[in-house]
Design a protein around this ligand. Structure first.
Ligand code: FMN
Length: 145
């Protein structure tokens, strides 16, 4: 049986990030059936349409390629001020272009929001779905992890 290739994206760059830890735990949990690789967003530049040409920055080409080659994507992120962290939104904006050729088109995507606060995690999981644009599955579930 072919092993599924899953791309993990963390919405936190923090070294001891809980969100990245959730992704690592998931990778271990599904290791028997799938390979989950975490793609670091640390070198993604701020979106600039002037740079979004046929030869985008190398880190952008790598991100789009990693999404395109994955069978599915799992995004785990903290919530910052009831929204998704800016650096995650920025990366999803890059991945969603060029118009009509989003790397997420027809891609199964799951998002989960992670907060150490019992009252945390409210709205941002919904908006990350819109940012991916036209991915295959809804991104509607909101999990307190
Ligand atoms: C700028 C900022 C805004 C935050 N806003 C929220 C929030 O709206 N809701 C929440 O539950 N936690 C919020 N937090 C706390 C984060 O959930 C917490 O720092 C979390 O550990 C960050 O995720 P990470 O462990 O993956 O880095 C915020 C933290 C920062 C730095």
């Amino acid at each position: 049986m072919t092993r599924a290739k899953i791309l993990g994206i963390s919405g936190s760059l923090r070294q001891a990030s809980f969100s990245t830890a959730v992704l690592r735990g998931l990778a271990d949990h599904i290791a028997d059936i799938a390979d989950l690789t975490i793609h670091c967003l640390g070198d993604i530049p701020l979106y600039n349409q002037d740079l979004d040409t046929d030869t985008p920055p190398a880190s952008i080409a790598a991100l789009r390629d990693a999404i395109a080659k994955a069978d599915g994507v799992v995004i785990v992120s903290p919530e910052y001020n009831q929204g998704m962290p800016g650096m995650l939104k920025n990366a999803l904006d890059w991945a969603s272009r060029p118009y009509n050729r989003s790397a997420f088109i027809d891609k199964p995507v799951i998002t989960a929001t992670c907060s150490p606060s019992p009252s945390g995690v409210s709205a941002h999981n919904w908006s990350s779905g819109y940012s991916c644009g036209r991915c295959q599955r809804g991104l509607s579930s909101c999990h307190r992890l």
